[in-house]
Design a protein. Structure first.
Length: 250
């Protein structure tokens, strides 16, 4: 494995000071690939934090274009990018943050037919979506490939996050048996920044082997009173997606 360059050592030196990190873990992180699905409110802070941490490749998928109404929370973009595809805009921003990583973009809608191509060799998926139709496609693929997914969602001042990895944890459909209706929801930009950054933290911990992930737990942040609460999640043995795949003793 190659060594870090002088500039990389300078950029990452504060995180490499941590116990059980150093150049070895930094090089490990550089060898990893992450798929970020959605370059919006959650995808912005998630992908920026992954980029500046030194993940080797970020694959980012979004078929929407930047709109002016996105700019209160989607910090990958700016007013000069209105009308540009979000994944392409994300690439421009992320490369400004860190020129040492590879950014692979996909400007088409993620489907059951193209998810394999989009995911590529990603070791983890960061779910930064705003609809459950596509989330359930991710869930199915993640079960088949046994790739972890970091779920995140936001509403107003509140956010939720969980680390999902079949068969160790409930799958997404164990948690949400029926997809909530798609709607336009209120959102404070800082809420998306908090939850997106936590998603990046979960990915970094998993990829480096440092710390513990939110397995079988749902972390709920209530920004209005600044509290974090953690709820235990249980596997649904009757889950229509993963139930029949699990052993009888799960």
């Amino acid at each position: 494995m190659t060594k870090l360059s002088k500039l990389e050592n300078e950029m990452y030196k504060r995180q490499m000071m941590q116990n059980n990190w150093g150049e070895e873990k930094q090089l490990l992180l550089k060898s990893k690939t992450v798929l970020v699905v959605g370059a919006g409110g959650l995808g912005s802070p998630a992908s920026i934090n992954l980029a500046i941490a030194g993940v080797g490749e970020i694959r980012i998928c979004d078929y929407d274009d930047v709109e002016y109404s996105n700019l209160n929370r989607q910090i990958l973009h700016n007013k000069d990018r209105v009308g540009m595809n979000k994944a392409l805009s994300a690439k421009k921003t992320l490369e400004q943050y860190n020129e040492n990583l590879k950014i692979t973009v996909f400007t088409e809608k993620l489907t059951a037919e193209n998810i394999g191509e989009i995911a590529g060799s990603a070791e983890i998926i960061v779910d930064c979506l705003d609809n459950f139709e596509t989330r359930f496609i991710l869930n199915q693929y993640a079960i088949e490939k046994q790739i972890p997914v970091i779920y995140g969602s936001v509403w107003g001042f509140d956010g939720r996050i969980s680390f999902i990895k079949y068969p160790e944890t409930p799958c997404l459909q164990c948690i949400f048996e029926v997809a909530p209706p798609k709607e336009i929801f209120p959102i404070v930009g800082a809420t998306a920044s908090v939850i997106g950054a936590l998603q990046a933290m979960e990915a970094i911990k998993y990829l480096t082997g440092n710390g513990n992930n939110l397995k079988s737990k749902l972390l709920v942040w209530e920004g209005s009173n600044m509290t974090f609460r953690t709820f235990k999640l249980s596997i649904n043995k009757s889950c229509t997606i993963c139930g029949s795949l699990r052993k009888d003793d799960c």
